[in-house]
Design a protein around this ligand. Structure first.
Ligand SMILES: C[S@@+](CC[C@H](N)C(=O)[O-])C[C@H]1O[C@@H](n2cnc3c(N)ncnc32)[C@H](O)[C@@H]1O
Length: 450
């Protein structure tokens, strides 16, 4: 049996050390080198001179946190959020928005070059939107902490083990973000405060929803407290004792369905709190319009939409082309996407349930058909498994929307170096400001003679 090597952590020097930060890691930590070790320094920016304190050290690398900024980078700004230095939700609030965008753009281009050996012909201007109160989807941890005699509600700390003690969150939609303290105070007064484990937050165009996951039944005292809070915040509260789909509406008793709209395309999409929806609605609207623009849709086009979710792109595309075949790996989402097509009176879209990472799709009828345009929007793991099957379709344009530059770069390498496409344009979309997540779009065009 293979032996797992343990990382040996060494005793840490108590005194801070002075260092020059020479780089920035993909997750937003400063990089320096001490005695041949790479040291990742939290809260430090490239080019800064800082005093930092070790937090972990092995033979190969070390982790530290900046405790004093001796010479600040011109990119440094005052973080808006009081909990920034502790909270693991955001890593880049101490960096100006312009510098964040340049960093993300650099990450995208570096990965395309190093992983995919691909260079885009043109760079798209970053797609930008509001940098605070942008987040409409979140899962918040809840924990009663004996030592503090408090219920904590929020994201994990930077170390990852504990929840952050926070009163507010500036990136969450204000209805939730400004009320973190009120929510945790209410949960503290609940008899079941030890058994409420998490809150799922989902916002639509007209409604804010919070789903409270609880491990034991809630008594009438707790239900009253939560109902009062729900009414005072004007947020719909659901209780969830079992599966994410089994929800009990606490207040109001018969809430309307959550929905968001894409006004450019006359599309309205209904969803449930646990469904995948893009977290940032402003960027989502712009992103759908941008993707459609680069697909150059015409009335006769037959489009394939892979990883189609609730039909975010598919329904908008269907308004402009002959037909859309949309494939998604969650049966629940496929059923809801079909409902959404009916709701929008769209009849030229077909939603198909299939695991796009499974060999079995080779036998499915839809993969044997021809499409002249393709939209790909895979999860972080990318679309490698499906790419060889796209070759025969010889689509003119493939628009690839990505939430992970490393897998986009790998797939871009296959599209360009093996399947006969050029990478025409690529650019970042500021879907997750202040975090190190990079959302991007890449437009591939087929070289005619290949
Ligand atoms: C980034 S989301 C995009 C969804 C949709 N395009 C949108 O804009 O809302 C990725 C989607 O891929 C689906 N998915 C994940 N793994 C899959 C698989 N193996 N096969 C098919 N779909 C999968 C997820 O359920 C999710 O809906």
């Amino acid at each position: 049996m293979a032996k797992h090597k343990k990382r040996r952590h060494q005793r840490l020097p108590a005194e801070p050390v002075e260092v020059q930060i020479t780089g920035l890691s993909t997750e937003g930590r400063g990089i320096t080198h001490i005695d041949g070790r790479t040291v990742f320094v939290d809260l430090a920016l490239q080019g800064e001179r800082v005093k930092c304190k070790y937090t972990a050290r092995t033979a190969k690398y070390a982790e530290a946190v900046a405790v004093e900024i001796l010479q600040a980078s011109p990119d440094r700004v005052e973080p808006a959020c009081a909990a920034f230095a502790r909270c693991g939700g955001c890593r880049l609030q101490h960096m100006s928005s312009t510098a964040q965008l340049s960093l993300k753009q650099k990450m995208l281009f570096d990965q395309l070059e190093h992983i995919g050996q691909v260079k885009p012909q043109h760079t798209l201007e970053p797609l930008t939107g509001p940098t605070f109160a942008y987040r409409y989807k979140a899962r918040l941890g809840v924990r009663y902490v004996e030592k503090k005699d408090k219920v904590l509600v929020g994201f994990r700390e930077r170390g990852g083990r504990y929840l952050t003690d926070m009163d507010a969150c500036d990136v969450l939609h204000e209805k939730v973000g400004k009320n973190i303290r009120a929510i945790s105070d209410c949960l503290y007064r609940c008899h079941a405060r030890r058994s409420i484990a998490q809150i799922e937050v989902a916002m639509g165009d007209e409604q804010a929803v919070m789903v409270f996951r609880h491990l034991e039944p809630l008594d009438s005292h707790d239900r009253k407290l939560l109902t009062d809070l729900s009414q005072s915040l004007a947020i719909t509260f659901y209780l969830q004792a079992g599966k994410p789909t089994e929800l009990e509406a606490l207040w109001p008793k018969e809430p309307p369905a959550l929905f968001y709209s894409l006004p450019d395309h006359d599309v309205k999409i209904t969803f449930q709190p646990a469904d995948f929806t893009q977290v940032n609605p402003v960027i989502n609207r712009k992103m759908v319009t941008l993707a459609l623009h680069y697909l150059q849709l015409k009335a006769e086009d037959k489009v394939l939409d892979l990883f189609s979710g609730l039909g975010n792109f598919s329904l908008s595309m269907a308004r402009q082309c002959a037909s859309v075949t949309a494939v998604e790996g969650s049966l629940e989402m496929v059923k809801k996407a079909r409902d959404n097509a009916r709701l929008n009176n769209i009849e030229n879209v077909e939603f198909i349930f299939a695991d796009l990472y499974n060999e079995a799709i080779k036998q499915m009828p839809w993969i044997k058909r021809q499409y002249n345009k393709i939209l790909l929007d895979p999860p972080r793991s990318g679309a490698t498994a499906i790419l060889p099957l796209l070759k025969k379709m010889r689509a003119e344009i493939i628009v690839y929307v990505s939430c992970h530059p490393a897998t986009l770069a790998r797939d871009a390498g296959v599209l360009v170096n093996e399947l006969g496409y050029t990478l025409k344009q690529t650019g970042i979309m500021d879907m997750f400001p202040h975090t190190a997540h990079v959302e991007s779009i890449a437009i591939f065009c087929r070289i005619n003679n290949r």
